[in-house]
Design a binder for this molecule. Structure first.
Ligand code: PMV
Length: 331
């Protein structure tokens, strides 16, 4: 495939948001209600090959070797439509995608998936798009995918139009060696997807307060990361996660993602930080799994303590990752 000019393979990393994206002000364009900040996860990635084929009558998709024919295929086709319009192409594509993190662990793969798909699809046509444009296009597949295009510590500027809503690096991955220790509380698939959840965010009376205070959390978060100030970082990460979940819980219908074990871990993490002086804080996305963000030196201690809370807990860990890149053809 590497010799075929219409085929390319790209890799993108998942990311974890410290100031979250929840709710859109334009659903068609996926323009978020506020800006967000994340770090890429070096150890969790998606690798995607796209082959544009004149003889293909429709798009096909395999994920980890299995043919996809459900909503995953529909979502990829919709994104390929966006890319076809941008590339002025009518060709269909064969898309083969693999995740290096175990499927069904409740770890969202849409960020890495749509970032890798966007990059592979454009490279397969020989297009050399700027990082900004790749981020803009990836956003159309899944909002958080915009943040998996640039490297390291990333801010997604909410923007007020298609062209102004993109993500960019504000600190390189080596700036601060944080580790994400992920406690897999449940492997079950989300009952309500993020895409559906964004649409209910506006039904919570708390969402306007979350939005109006987001700029201040963004400023505090960037400052904490730039100064490597873990105390300030932890305060903002946990406040922002709690605020997003407060909105989720008070939406119509309510979204209750936490499990009893999620809550137990959250309380334990605060104890480990405030009483035992470990540099660790928690954040949760649209699911019950707890991301324990910690200083590299404290990662082992965090893993050991998590195991004492539940012997059955699966634990993943990741350092800070680079941006999306092309594997083949080599540039
Ligand atoms: O990109 P989406 O539509 O899967 O939304 C991501 C939403 C959260 O993970 C809950 C928050 C975030 O900023 O990543």
């Amino acid at each position: 495939m590497a010799d075929d000019p219409r085929s390319a393979t790209a890799r993108a990393h998942s990311n974890i948001a410290f100031v979250k994206y929840w709710g859109n002000r334009d659903y068609r364009l996926r323009l978020p209600v506020s800006s967000s900040i994340s770090m890429n996860l070096a150890d969790l990635h998606t690798t995607t090959t796209v082959a544009w084929d004149d003889n293909q009558e429709q798009d096909t998709l395999t994920i980890n070797g299995a043919t996809a024919a459900d909503s995953a295929l529909e979502r990829v086709r919709n994104h390929l439509d966006v890319l076809r319009a941008r590339f002025q192409s009518r060709r269909h594509a064969r898309v083969c995608s693999t995740n290096n993190f175990p499927m069904g662990t409740g770890i969202a793969s849409s960020a890495s998936a749509f970032a890798a798909l966007t990059m592979a699809a454009s490279a397969a046509l020989g297009l050399k798009l700027s990082e900004r444009e790749l981020s803009i296009l990836a956003r159309m597949g899944s909002g958080s995918a915009a943040r998996s295009i640039p490297s390291g510590y990333v801010e997604w500027h909410a923007g007020d139009s298609h062209e102004t809503s993109f993500a960019e690096t504000f600190a390189p991955s080596e700036h601060w060696k944080l580790i994400d220790v992920i406690a897999i509380v449940s492997r079950a698939h989300k009952r309500t997807s993020s895409s559906a959840g964004h649409e209910t965010a506006g039904t919570s009376v708390l969402q306007p307060a979350r939005i109006s205070s987001a700029a201040e959390r963004l400023r505090a978060m960037k400052s904490a990361i730039m100064r490597r100030d873990f105390e300030q970082f932890a305060d903002v990460v946990e406040e922002d996660s709690n605020l997003m979940h407060a909105v989720m819980m008070t939406s119509d219908p309510p979204l209750l993602y936490w499990e009893p074990l999620s809550f137990a871990i959250m309380k334990a993490v605060r104890h480990w930080r405030t009483v035992e002086n470990l540099q660790v804080c928690y954040t949760l996305d649209a699911g019950p799994n707890v991301h324990c963000i910690c200083a590299a030196n404290d990662a082992e201690a965090v893993v050991a303590r998590l195991r004492t809370l539940s012997s059955e807990l699966d634990i993943l860990r990741s350092s800070v990752g680079c941006g999306a890149y092309i594997l083949t053809p080599e540039g």
